[in-house]
Design a protein around this ligand. Structure first.
Ligand SMILES: NC(=O)c1ccc[n+]([C@@H]2O[C@H](COP(=O)([O-])OP(=O)(O)OC[C@H]3O[C@@H](n4cnc5c(N)ncnc54)[C@H](OP(=O)(O)O)[C@@H]3O)[C@@H](O)[C@H]2O)c1
Length: 311
């Protein structure tokens, strides 16, 4: 039987996966929070190819039964979208959450639901030149794994995930997705907020006095993960963050792009989550003056246009 994926958040990265899944042969329905006439044409431009596909689209809440759900909104929209869709999920449904930042993790894990929840991360880079035109700027790797702590579940992709992995180049099943997500969070904490504060490309962190600040931020991030007992994340964090900054030197981080566009960024889902949720869980006291100052300065900068509850 044809695998049917619903995609909530068909923006840059969700639209990319929607294209991949359709080209592979899956049925794909887009779920929107906007009024819809029932279809949406999405164009994907990759450098070698440009293709427009017509997708069925329906408002969230009118989807009918969902067997496979991909959530690719911004991190701060995940919980709201999940809650709005949970009653539509089939009892054995597969949900895959593919966002940066982990602010949603606790609420999804404590929601009572029988479905299988996976999470993923990708280094493929996409942006939109208008709402329906996606550009794949760089082709990277995608990793997906089960969020359950049960070994049997962690080892085997639930229904629909195999097709998603086969549909997208360089995509893998991970038996330890949490480590990958926390590694990614640590690197995002080290790179994104500083680039947003100083409005520089990732490579700017390797230059001049900003480089000293970059090292301080890395060291404090490393100390938090170390105090939490996440030794795999803490080990070589400096080297990993510097390598990413070097390899993506010409890129604008998504947080920097959001600040420049004066739209709400994933600051609270990345650095806010590290300092307000993870740091208090650390076994020992950790001093993070640079990170605290960075979060404070960015909250001030974002406050005029990012309305959200005061933490
Ligand atoms: N872009 C990349 O290269 C990339 C790479 C790796 C990871 N990521 C991560 O992937 C996530 C998505 O990023 P993105 O760049 O794809 O963002 P994006 O282009 O802004 O896409 C987000 C999508 O979510 C939709 N949305 C917002 N609220 C919604 C709701 N309540 N219900 C349904 N849909 C809703 C938006 O619709 P409207 O636009 O119509 O409001 C938009 O289509 C982020 O966590 C980002 O950090 C992105």
């Amino acid at each position: 039987m044809t695998v049917h994926w619903h995609v909530a958040g068909a923006g840059a990265i969700g639209g990319y996966f929607a294209h991949q899944l359709r080209r592979y042969g899956c049925d794909v329905t887009l779920l929107t929070h906007r009024p819809s006439d029932g279809t949406r044409a999405l164009t994907l431009e990759t450098g070698e190819n440009i293709e427009t596909l017509l997708f069925p689209e329906c408002p969230i809440g009118q989807s009918g039964r969902i067997d496979h759900l991909l959530i690719t909104t911004k991190a701060f929209q995940v919980t709201e979208v999940f809650d709005a869709l949970v009653s539509a999920l089939a009892p054995d449904a597969t949900v895959l959450i593919m966002v940066n930042g982990l602010s949603w993790l606790q609420s999804i894990e404590t929601t009572r639901h029988p479905v299988q929840v996976c999470a993923g991360t990708t280094t493929t880079g996409c942006y939109r030149s208008n709402r329906d035109h996606i550009h794949r700027a760089g082709l990277g790797a995608t990793q997906v794994g089960h969020l359950s702590a049960h070994k049997a579940m962690m080892e085997k992709p639930p229904p629909g995930i195999a097709e998603l992995l086969r549909s997208t180049p360089d995509s893998y099943w991970s038996t330890d997705i949490r480590s990958i997500l926390f590694n990614k969070l640590a690197i995002n904490c080290a790179i994104n907020p500083l680039t947003a504060l100083y409005n520089v490309n990732n490579g700017g962190l390797l230059e001049g006095s900003l480089n000293d600040e970059f090292h301080s931020v890395i060291e404090e991030t490393r100390t938090i993960f170390s105090a939490l007992g996440y030794t795999g994340v803490a080990t070589d964090l400096g080297q990993k963050a510097i390598t990413v900054a070097r390899q993506t030197a010409a890129n604008t981080s998504s947080m920097c792009a959001d600040f420049n566009a004066r739209r709400r960024s994933e600051l609270e889902d990345i650095l806010g989550y590290l300092l307000d949720t993870l740091k208090p869980e650390a076994a020992s006291e950790v001093d993070t003056p640079h990170l605290d100052q960075l979060l404070f300065a960015l909250r001030e900068k974002e406050a005029p246009y990012a309305k959200r509850p005061t933490p």
